[in-house]
Design a protein around this ligand. Structure first.
Ligand code: ARG
Length: 461
């Protein structure tokens, strides 16, 4: 029997049922849907619509259904379109007459929006918790990297040496913005739609404020049309996950480069690498590549939903059912990526010699020579030209840059010493820069950020 058997004579054609059914994925909303129903029952009881006996038997029936879903014993029939249908049908079987009163003053439109908000609020906290775990790995590896340095790149050309700690921390700061965004989105979506009904509210004495509070929402909706048709919260969650995925993709791409023979900066643990079915010598960075690859899918989930939403008139339209699969997919995929990336970073070995020798090429200190001249009063543009000329001469003549610096009338032994291996990175002394003194300060700040994130997240657990 359909929920609308009074109005439409026949059941659904099989092809309609096949297109319409969502129970195979929206069963994930079961616990939140049932929570919403408990709150709704209390609201109806407070409003005098349900007697206390009816209320008790509905709460009991909802508990039974929750247990049946949790242990997988619930029976699902072909006519059970979605999770809301399953729960209501089963509650009615158990509670009889009282069960038939469960849907009073409520529509699946406000019901599904309520359950999905509850689900998403929790999902964002769980994602942020995994992000924090990855940030902790990066911070630990940064602290233990001590004085290790490598080339910093612009345009993928060696630019200036930077501490490895600085480089790893750069990713951790980007992830910190992800945590911030996830928690801000959670805060914005913390609005209960329950009580909006199909689209316009109700003539019955519902209590949307009371149900909002009972469900742990910060507030209730202000406008019933908006409440049932708003999927901004899904779009925002998908965006936040997509951008997080972009960050992880860039980290992945970097690890692919670092573990190549051409760079040779890092070696993955055997547990976090794969081999080749044909080529015996291969060791591949599949985690990094899947992080890069899956980010495309996360972006697709976001753009797909935005395309679904853009043409919809107020209020609920069935198109909105297409919000769940991309959301569930992005959430499950980002957990897989975050956990695998954390394991990969925790276990990778750095090749100190390869990193340092790549960073020690004299060009990496060219800016230090120019800045030496600046301190002596030479205008920067001129200093740049002098040092650029020496680098060019060293390349064309094959003479070593240190020798040329020693011999130059404005330079000499003191600036030549700036070219010594390991020296340039120590000269990066400005706040937020790449040298040891300021990186130590930065890592303290990063550790503080992670403490703040942790304190935020535990509040929601
Ligand atoms: N399964 C539906 C969804 O996810 C529930 C709402 C159905 N509402 C309706 N008016 N058909 O959106």
């Amino acid at each position: 029997m359909t929920l609308w058997h009074g109005r439409l004579e026949s059941g659904m054609a099989p092809e309609l049922a096949a297109l319409s059914v969502s129970i195979h994925y929206d069963i994930a909303l079961a616990a939140d849907d049932i929570r919403g129903s408990h709150a709704h029952v209390d609201g109806l009881t407070a409003g005098g619509i349900l007697t206390s006996q009816e209320s008790a038997s509905l709460h009991d029936a909802l508990d039974v259904v929750a247990a049946e879903i949790a242990d997988g014993t619930i029976e699902i029939f072909a006519e059970d379109e979605d999770i809301h249908t399953v729960v209501e049908r089963r509650v009615t079987q158990i509670a009889g007459e009282a069960g038939a009163k469960l849907h009073t003053g409520r529509s699946r439109n406000d019901q599904v929006a309520t359950a999905l908000r509850l689900w998403t609020k929790r999902a964002l906290v769980e994602i942020a918790t995994d992000v924090l775990a990855l940030q902790r790995v990066l911070l630990d590896r940064a602290i233990s990297a001590e004085g290790l340095y490598l080339p910093g790149y612009t345009h993928l050309q060696r630019a200036q040496p930077v501490l490895l700690a600085h480089h790893l921390a750069a990713h951790a700061w980007a992830l910190g913005r992800d945590v911030d965004r996830l928690l801000a989105a959670r805060e914005r979506m913390d609005v209960s739609p329950l009580g909006a009904g199909a689209l316009a509210g109700s003539s019955l004495p519902l209590d949307p404020d009371g149900t909002a509070a009972a469900l742990g929402f910060a507030r209730r909706f202000e406008n019933s049309l908006d409440a049932v048709s708003d999927r901004d919260f899904v779009a925002e969650a998908l965006f936040d996950v997509a951008l997080l995925g972009v960050h992880l993709s860039r980290m992945g791409e970097e690890m692919v480069l670092w573990t190549s023979e051409e760079f040779g900066f890092a070696t993955l643990a055997d547990t976090h690498a794969t081999g080749s079915s044909m080529l015996p010598q291969k060791k591949n960075a599949d985690i990094a590549e899947l992080a890069r690859g899956k980010s495309g899918r996360l972006i697709g989930n976001l753009t797909g939903l935005l395309a679904t939403l853009k043409g919809l008139p107020l209020a609920y339209n069935r198109d909105l059912q297409e919000d769940k699969e991309p959301l569930f997919d992005s959430v499950s995929q980002i957990h897989l990526i975050l956990r695998a990336m954390a394991g990969m970073y925790a276990t990778a070995a750095w090749d100190q010699a390869a990193m340092m020798s790549a960073a020690d090429s004299p060009g990496g200190a060219a800016i230090d020579l120019a800045e030496y001249l600046v301190v002596k009063g030479v205008p920067f543009r001129q200093a740049h030209a002098i040092v650029g000329g020496l680098v060019a001469e060293s390349i064309t003549s094959g003479r070593n840059l240190t020798e040329l610096v020693n011999a130059h009338e404005l330079l000499g032994a003191e600036p030549a010493a700036l070219l010594a291996p390991g020296r340039p990175v120590t000269n990066r002394t400005t706040p937020g820069g790449a040298g040891p003194v300021v990186v130590a300060v930065q890592l303290e700040h990063l550790a503080e950020l992670l403490e703040v994130e942790h304190a935020h997240l535990v509040k929601f657990m």
